[in-house]
Unconditional design. Structure first.
Length: 326
């Protein structure tokens, strides 16, 4: 009970009490609730352990034979260690100690439930958007899944972490979700668009960005959706960003989006051969596309010649959610 534990990701609670049975109960309850526990049998030991371990919270018995909880508290507040001075302290009496420990356990359980609810809501929201996109335009829905698969692979090939690549994958999956707001007469028109229709079509980046506006901690994702039609030379839309002003995720999506569109059948033409698509990307490197990313995509495609196009498994959202709602 008295050894100093290794600090992990869990919050460390120091429990100072002269009653060993209460310390045992505290350890049992707090560890079950997901906290890291450190016990101190009395005020002197409590001060020593507080200084050595700098806990996140201190539970402090008021009545102790060597130094009272009040004296321990005052010494902590006079500590030269700023973190220790600011450490929350809950003063306990014999009557309320068990009650307080149980309340902490209940708070932890409630937080866990809220996290699960937020995760379910997020997954449902993304699935709803994808379903609506498929209903509106099955090509765009299918294309988005293919872009998501390839964008994740390219992101990892570029050295991004798995978490960053998962953000890019989700951004790619939702990059054209704003097309839900584009009239079908424009979205599915087999002929060339008029100038006015082009302007209507271009608004899909704003529709998409706004659709994600209410989702917390999604700024990076919204930026990918908003800027995936920017050009490396600044001639894209909507903001005319150029070079590395364009978020990396948006640049990855841009090059993969163009590649997949070229190698897919469209209402107005058959799929282009891969060699033609590669040549067109090469021609656009440095003007429309980030030239480094174009090279990386060629490397990736060469190493993953058998990369399948089409469906991806949306189950990855289940893993992604905890990352974004923390
Ligand atoms: Fe788009």
């Amino acid at each position: 009970m008295h050894e100093t534990p290794q600090r992990g990701k869990r919050k460390l609670i120091l429990f100072v009490d002269d009653d060993a049975s209460l310390l045992r109960l505290g350890r049992l309850t707090l560890e079950r609730a997901g906290y890291e526990f450190l016990g101190a049998l009395g005020g002197q030991e409590g001060l020593h352990r507080a200084r050595a371990s700098r806990p996140d919270l201190i539970l402090l018995d008021y009545m102790m034979p060597d130094i009272s909880g009040k004296e321990v508290f005052e010494q902590l507040r006079r500590s030269p260690d700023l973190k220790l001075r600011r450490t929350p302290v809950v003063m306990l009496t014999a009557l309320n100690v068990i009650e307080n420990v149980l309340v902490l356990s209940q708070i932890r359980e409630r937080n866990h439930q809220l996290e699960l609810e937020a995760r379910r809501s997020f997954v449902a929201m993304v699935r709803t958007l994808i379903t609506l996109l498929f209903a509106k335009d099955s090509y765009t829905g299918q294309h988005s899944k293919a872009v998501a698969r390839l964008a994740e692979g390219l992101a990892l090939h570029c050295g991004l972490s798995e978490e960053e690549a998962m953000h890019v994958k989700l951004g790619a999956l939702l990059h054209d979700v704003g097309k839900i707001g584009v009239p079908e007469g424009v979205l599915c028109k087999p002929d060339c668009l008029t100038v006015e229709e082009v302007a209507v079509m271009r608004r899909h980046v704003h529709h998409g960005e706004q659709a994600l506006a209410g989702v917390p901690r999604m700024e990076a994702l919204r930026a990918m959706v908003l800027h995936h039609h920017e050009w490396w030379d600044g001639n894209g839309y909507p903001a005319g960003l150029c070079g590395e002003e364009i978020p990396l995720g948006a640049r990855i999506i841009a090059v993969v989006d163009a590649y997949d569109a070229m190698v897919s059948d469209r209402p107005y033409r058959d799929a282009l051969p891969r060699a033609v698509a590669v040549e067109r990307l090469r021609a656009g490197a440095g003007t429309q596309f980030d030239p480094v990313l174009v090279g990386k995509l060629f490397d990736y495609l060469a190493k993953h010649e058998a990369v399948e196009q089409g469906e991806i498994d949306l189950e990855f959202l289940e893993e992604f959610c905890p990352v974004v709602i923390k």
